[in-house]
Design a protein around this ligand. Sequence first.
Ligand code: 5RP
Length: 279
Amino acid sequence: MLAELTCALLGWMATAPAGSASGNAMQRSAVKMQSQDELKKLVGYKAVDDYVTSGMVVGLGTGSTAAFAVERVGQKIKSGELTDIVAVPTSVRTKEQAESLGIPLTTLGTPESRYSDLDVAIDGADEVDPQFNLVKGGGGALLREKMVEVCAKKFIVIVDESKLCDGLGPGFPLPVEITPFCWEHTMRTVGNLPSLAGCTAKLRLGSAATGSKVDGEEPAVTDNGNYIVDLFFETAIKDAPKAAEELKNTVGVVEHGLFCGLTSAVIIAGSDGITLKTP
Ligand code: 5RP
C-alpha cells in the first residue's frame, strides 16, 4: 500500500508543470512510516501551525483530514497560543466539532467574518491533479466548502499522497449537488454534458457524508436539503475548467465538486515526508 502511495506521489511530481509546482517551495522532512490517519493528522496540524495566526478569520473544511486541522485550532485556542480567532465552518459536522472545542464561530456576510473577508481556509480534497485542480465533495459538503473557500485570501489543501492523481475522474467520482426537484432530469442532463462524455451518473444513496458508498436506500440529502449525483469516469476529465463551466451552467445544478484555480498551496503527507507545493 505504502509503495503504491509513494509511486503515486512520484508520478504526480514528475508530471507537475515546469516552472510552477516543481519550481516552487518544496519542503521535505523525514517521517517514519505512518498510517493514513497519522498522515492526515500531520498535514492538518501543519496547516494550522504554518498558516493560522491570532486575529484571523479562518474557514474550516470538512472531512477526516480537515477534522485534524479543526482539532489543532481548538487546541491552540485552549492553550492561549491563538487568540481572537473567528472561524466559518463548512458543514454541520464541522460546526459541531468546532463548537465542542470552544472555537468562536460565525458565517459569511457578518461583521465577525469581516463581511466574508477570510484570511485563510483549510480543507481536504478527494483528488488533486498536477494543475492543482481538485475534486471535492466526497463528504457531501461541497457547496458550503466552495462558498467559504472562494472567500479566503489563501486556500490551503491538506491531503495524504493517495489523493494525488495525473488526471481527475477515474480515481474518485465527481460529486454534483442538484435540486431534488426533477432530479432525474438534471442527472441525465449532467451525464450528457460534452466535457463529461463517457461518465456514468448515479444518485448518491444513504448518508451524504460517505461518498458514493451506498449505505442506505433513500437519496442522500446534503446540509442544504439537496441531492448529490456522483459521476464515475473510466478515463480522466480532459479539461476540468471547461467541465466546471458546463456544470455551473446547467439549470438544476446547485454546485459541483470541481475546484479549479482556487488552491493556494497543497500540503501533502507521504511515506517519505511532508511536501508543500504551490501553483
Ligand atoms: C467533503 C470534502 C472532503 O474535504 C473530502 O471528501 C476529503 O475528505 P477526507 O479528508 O475525509 O478524505 O470535500 O465534502
